[in-house]
Design a protein around this ligand. Sequence first.
Ligand code: NDP
Ligand code: 2IT
Length: 445
Amino acid sequence: MSFVNEILAQVKAKNPAEPEFHQAVQEVMESLAVVIERHPEFRKAKIIERIVEPERVIMFRVPWMDDSGEIHVNRGFRIEMNSAIGPYKGGLRFHPSVTLGILKFLAFEQVFKNALTTLPMGGGKGGSDFNPKGKSDNEIMHFCQSFMTELYRHIGPNTDVPAGDIGVGGREIGYLYGQYKRIRNESTGVLTGKGINWGGSLIRPEATGFGVVYFAREMLKTRNTDFNGKIVAVSGFGNVAWGAVQKVNECGGKVVTLSGPDGYIYDPDGVRGEKVDYMLELRATNNDMVEPYAQKYNVEFFPGKKPWEVKVDVALPCATQNEIEAADAAMLVENGCTCVCEGANMPTTIEGYHTFVESGILYAPGKASNAGGVATSGLEMSQNSMRLPWPREEVDHRLHEIMRSIHRICVDAAETYGTPGNYVNGANIAGFLKVAQAMMDQGLV
Ligand code: NDP
Ligand code: 2IT
């Protein structure tokens, strides 16, 4: 058995019933075979065996009371995956599908992503199987307070700095921060994605989506083209999708789809102007549905379907993991899509990404292309440490430069290791090398 297959078999045996974690490890391992060959010192130091094992996993009970007085019990998690290059950093996800395995896949991805940002941040992820759908503001607050009443003892501005992810936006970060401050009697940058009046960074809400488009622009540049006149499919209608839609419009492209768990809308005139603001309203209803967009703007809605059947030039998956399966990937390529740039984390299955890579279209994995969100979180941490906010232009300029650097780093690593143009290999190899080298420097930890 090859070394890579051996590792995969071990990971599967040791972590049963965690298919998303296995998938994330497999994708990275496929890229690393050549690195291990060239660097026997990593194999000797068991870097791979160490990197797939979280430094610490925290699981806890989250009891809370709803508006009618009924008590509920959810499960809370924080995966502290790797701190070789800085404090654990990564979002919190509140969604009923959350399990230990999902958060381990996300924490694992985050380690490599954060390494690519050029900033000193380790990798972590957390969340809960709490379902925000249909909950009142009061219920969300009580849940967040209960969640933080345990989480506070494990995090800190120099230890572990959570942020948002699916189901956790500005409102939730506010409630979580309020409770942390109350317990610790400390105003610090312990969370990112804060409100701009109390330590948040300008551009953080838009950063992931902006970054995805900055990255896609760099990719298109390698083929001497840009967003001008391009037709774009976006999935999701949340935070990442919202930022991406704005930036595509600014760059001269036209977004014709949005999607939710209920299906997708097709808007041939483009999601622009007040329709972009309406995305925020739609999210705030906590109803899990994109269909009201179709009713409001009199466009077609395709229930239970995904937007990948629409003929587009560029696809930006911004909803959730494994939303592009093998058949979807084949359909995109067949319909002439030339660039797929991931906003979500691991939105493409292994078979799907093989299809993209083999077809020779431009394809970027989320750990490179969606790193603008966590990178801007890193910039928020810097501003908090200095106690000095940067203006919008400064943050946007730094974000843009970081995305250009990540693109360059991926292109260079892919080339150095013999697969030019393969962004998956580039991202995995460059992210791995930075963390692995740090682990070597720090001894057996
Ligand atoms: P939001 O909660 O703001 O939006 C998530 C979107 O995805 C919503 O439209 C949601 O619909 C939809 N969605 C969730 N589950 C499903 C599903 N099973 N099928 C179809 N649609 C679904 O989250 P974000 O925009 O923050 O996150 C989107 C993706 O981007 C995630 O993969 C996240 O990990 C990733 N990401 C987020 C970053 C950030 O800074 N926020 C940074 C980097 C990556 P609904 O809620 O109605 O179910
Ligand atoms: O997946 C991600 O990179 C995020 N959800 C953002 C994490 C962060 O710490 O800003």
